[in-house]
Design a protein around this ligand. Structure first.
Ligand code: ADP
Ligand code: MG
Length: 465
């Protein structure tokens, strides 16, 4: 649905208060519109219309996340949520951001520091609240360079995380756990977002506290806040979203036969215990057990093996190795990896840095940067066996970034057509302080257990100098 009139017909109440001016974003699951209040044109909002075909669980998760943790520490807040049958509209403060692609190369070192720090602050907030965002990338981290506002958006793929069991689980379980603590953490009623439903239309309306109008509109952290200050309080949106909460765990398709986990059943048919392998140009997965992949059928051994289930939501070029190898040990470190890929783009002047069409290509691209041996070790850590048919030595991250960035900057400079452009381009940074490359290495640590946390990354020397 891209028609503003249709939006008004679904949600007539917004017409009275908000002038919707244009569409500003379109993703797989949503359309985002810009609006401004009639009474105060300076107060702009983003209206995210979630397409009715997206799963109710996804929609519920997104709203739950925004209500629970948004509105501070660079995580976008929510002003109101409207529902009309299967149509949902999330109204958020508008962040007047520019495209990362067209601007990051011109940022100063201080701007890069502030941007990465802003992202880590948001991730620290998300992780401290037991949530993994799972889709960290520039288009989900908005930056208003004039007002210095940063906002992590798009919690459609977010999952909750239990550090004690290192398991990702659903909101349902989290809600149960939280309700056990409810008496200790009863939210302050004044701050609660009120929920009212219109029986006639089936609409569900959430309204933030009245105090919102007195807040400073240019500061995301002071915009209408969520009720909880300690991440413990919990609000449920609607029973109707509670269906099928496990949908995030995507079952691999049949091609995943080549990627087997180690604790699969032992082969029982001796003549099939030869070699099970699958090749994509340049590399091979193998479990050295049978050769059924080369036959026109799939052997009993392989069909008896459990399919490997692992969360793999996100965007290919930003997926951490543990996601690519479909490990069950997926933690907030997956977001830290993605933040590392963002920094890699900045330091190398290349965006996107990895442009993978699927996970195999993404693994191959990681191999070309980190070397075959490191990726092989990493695959074992994540319960897979990865054989690289060529001996790729690791690149030096710092050197590769410097040389790529130098090339990018030269290309931009050569395209300058007038004096003003030449002047602007003369200030483009080529080399960053050593601390930037050191932080990059720590964010892009292949082993998720050794990877730096968002909290510790914020203490890195890169941000001190
Ligand atoms: P999707 O799930 O479809 O990716 P997002 O929440 O990422 O939806 O929104 C898509 C795009 O809409 C964003 O990349 C951004 O350009 C724009 N957008 C989303 N929220 C806001 C906001 N609060 N302020 C300004 N623009 C926004
Ligand atoms: Mg998005």
């Amino acid at each position: 649905m891209d028609d503003i009139q249709e939006l008004f017909s679904l949600f007539p109440e917004i017409k009275e208060h908000i002038l919707v001016t244009k569409k500003i974003g379109q993703g797989t699951f949503s359309y985002v519109y810009l609006g401004e209040f009639y009474q105060n044109k300076e107060e702009k909002v983003a209206l995210k219309y979630i397409i009715p075909t997206s799963s109710p669980s996804r929609t519920k998760q997104e709203i739950d996340c925004l209500l629970n943790i948004g509105g501070r520490d660079n995580v976008i807040g929510v002003l109101s949520v409207l529902r009309n049958k299967s149509h949902v509209l999330i109204i958020m403060p508008y962040v007047d951001h520019e495209s990362f692609h067209g601007s990051f190369i011109y940022w100063t070192i201080d701007e890069v520091k502030e941007y990465i720090k802003g992202l880590l602050i948001a991730l620290n907030r998300v992780h401290q609240c037991g949530i993994i965002h799972r889709d960290v990338k520039p288009s989900n981290f908005l930056y208003d360079s004039k007002k210095k506002i940063y906002a992590l958006v798009d919690f459609g793929l977010a999952q909750t995380y239990d550090s004690s069991s290192e398991n990702i689980f659903t909101y349902e379980k989290l809600n149960k756990n939280r309700s056990n603590h409810q008496s200790e953490n009863t939210p302050d009623k004044k701050n609660l977002i009120s929920i009212s439903s219109k029986k006639s239309t089936g609409q569900l309306i959430l309204t933030t506290p009245k105090t919102q109008n007195t807040q400073n509109k240019s500061d995301i952290s002071s915009l209408p806040n969520v009720p909880n200050k300690d991440c413990k309080t919990q609000m449920s949106i609607s029973q109707s979203f509670d269906r099928n909460l496990n949908e995030q765990l995507i079952k691999p398709t049949s091609t995943i036969i080549n990627v087997k986990n180690f604790d699969s059943p032992k082969p029982s048919t001796p003549n099939l215990q030869k070699f099970h392998s699958f090749s994509k140009p340049g590399f091979t997965f193998s479990d050295n057990k049978c050769n059924c992949f080369n036959m026109p059928f799939v052997c009993e051994i392989c069909t008896a093996r459990p399919n490997k289930w692992a969360a793999r939501a996100g965007t290919a070029g930003f997926r951490a190795p543990e996601v690519l190898f479909r490990s069950n040990h997926q933690t907030p470190a997956v977001d830290v990896w993605s933040a590392g890929i963002v920094l890699l783009s900045i330091l190398s002047g290349r965006y996107p840095f990895f442009k993978a069409v699927d996970d195999y290509m993404a693994i191959m691209q990681l191999t070309s940067l980190f070397g075959g041996e490191s990726i092989r070790k990493s695959s074992i850590k994540y319960g897979e066996s990865f054989l690289c048919s060529f001996d790729k030595q690791p690149d030096d991250l710092k050197e590769i970034c410097k040389s790529l960035r130098r090339n990018s900057v030269q290309t931009i400079k050569s395209k300058a057509s007038n004096e003003t452009e030449r002047e602007a381009n003369s200030n483009i940074i080529v080399d960053f302080p050593d601390g930037a490359y050191d932080l990059l290495k720590k964010l892009l640590e292949l082993d998720y257990e050794k990877r730096i946390s968002a909290e510790n990354a914020l203490k890195h020397q890169f941000f001190e100098t």
